[in-house]
Design a protein around this ligand. Structure first.
Ligand code: NAD
Ligand code: FE2
Length: 388
């Protein structure tokens, strides 16, 4: 038996935050990140609509990029004393992911982080609150996914929580918020979306439901990411939708080892999530092509790349990603990113052991052990092609 789950409602288009005024309830906790949503006035828009709906509001702010377990537990405690019937999060993947995890501990104060970090082990939600996600970046698609990535800084590991219980009830896609993204954030998050769609195409639960979403997302990224990076608003509108389509695909099809590696190196080396994915993706395709070349060729064909065999088309897709990353200022290996070689070598075996255990490794199209990760990472550090 397979399953395909999405939020019940997705509202999209400029001005779509207005739907907040129709929610039924008496208290809403609003969760945001740093200052950008306040500074640009979007927090005021959200609170004004919620007040129009007759709700009392609690603000939980200051969620840091790559949120910590501590931030989650602190926010959950605040919710426990306020008793919201809605949790509304506006911000990047970090703020919304933290709010999702707060939701779990708000409804289940007795839960242990170690237990909920096990895939599909989150207890039933929606006994106290429902969840609205309003993304301000165009990449993670956390507004439609069953995931939340929380970092345990004591061990320097990102844990992807995974369960359809934390798929939001309502997603609101208003690209006007994403117009404010600076170019580098636009590039990183857009390449995260490209990685989601690419990994969803080859992941173990890829299906006839997820493939069309992933393919369309990749085509939209090809047609819009550079213009979006350069600030074109129509392209930003398209990227906001494209990343969501990619999210609908990967939330159900799952991901692969590109994400395992990004999760396990992001915190340790301080590489932004989308940037890590963009550096690793061409190497991951080279590694996976033994088992998934036809799927990469299908992507290449769909987005209009040329080639008369799966091999040539797969090569063309790798080259397309490299060219795109280069135009967006992303280095092609970890040495050029600026990771110190001695530091890289000293941490490599721990990173690889953790990557093998990452929740995304099991859904990769090719079995990848800690030893394999070490070989792959060595190529990624040096910028060597993977031909094994
Ligand atoms: N839940 C999922 O399905 C999923 C999927 C992929 C990644 N993630 C996680 O999401 C996090 C990354 O999220 P992200 O890439 O959205 O970045 P982010 O939320 O970490 O935000 C990065 C920075 O950009 C700022 N920012 C956000 N929106 C802005 C805007 N519109 N204008 C100006 N500044 C803005 C934030 O304040 C922050 O300083 C990582 O922790 C990653 O692991 C989650
Ligand atoms: Fe991602």
């Amino acid at each position: 038996m397979n399953r395909f789950t999405l939020p019940r409602d997705i509202y999209f288009g400029n001005g779509s935050m207005e739907v907040l005024k129709t929610l039924k309830g008496s208290r809403a906790s609003v969760v945001i990140g740093g200052s950008s949503m306040k500074r640009f006035g979007f927090l005021d828009t959200v609170t004004a609509y919620l007040e129009e709906a007759g709700m009392e509001i609690q603000l939980i702010d200051g969620v840091e990029p790559d949120p910590s377990v501590e931030t989650v537990l602190k926010g959950a405690k605040m919710m426990q004393s306020f008793n919201p019937d809605w949790i509304v999060s506006i911000g990047g993947g970090s703020a919304i992911d933290a709010a999702k995890a707060m939701w779990v501990f708000y409804e289940h104060p007795e839960a242990k982080f170690e237990d909920i970090a096990k895939p599909f082990n989150i207890p039933a939600l929606r006994n106290k609150a429902r969840f609205v996600a309003i993304p301000s970046t165009s990449g993670t698609a956390t507004e439609v996914t069953a995931f939340s990535v929380i970092t345990d800084y004591k061990v320097g590991i990102k844990y992807p929580l995974a369960d359809f219980e934390i798929t939001p009830d309502i997603a609101i896609l208003d690209a006007e918020i994403a117009y404010k993204m600076p170019p580098q954030l636009t590039a990183y998050t857009g390449l995260d979306a490209l990685t989601h769609a690419t990994e969803a195409m080859t992941a173990c639960l890829a299906s006839d439901f997820s493939d069309p979403l992933a393919l369309k997302a990749i085509k939209m990224v090809k047609e819009n990411l550079i213009a979006s990076y350069n600030g074109d608003e129509k392209a930003r509108d398209a990227m906001h939708i494209a990343q969501c389509l990619a999210g609908m695909a990967f939330s159900n099809a799952l991901l692969g080892i590109c994400h395992s590696m990004a999760h396990k190196t992001g915190a340790i080396f301080g590489i932004p999530h989308g940037c890590a994915n963009a550096i690793y993706l061409p190497y991951v395709i080279q590694w996976n092509r033994k088992n998934a070349e036809a799927k990469y060729a299908e992507i290449a064909r769909y987005i209009g790349l040329e080639g008369d065999s799966d091999k040539v088309l797969c090569d063309a897709y790798i080259q397309f990603i490299r060219d795109l990353s280069q135009q967006l200022g992303i280095p092609s290996n970890l040495r050029d990113y600026g990771i110190d070689e001695a530091e890289f070598r000293s941490k490599l075996s721990t990173i690889c052991e953790n990557a093998e255990k990452d929740a995304c490794t099991g859904s990769n199209p090719r079995v990848t052990t800690a030893v394999d990760f070490e070989n792959i990472f060595n190529c990624i550090y040096e910028g060597k092609e993977i031909d094994f």
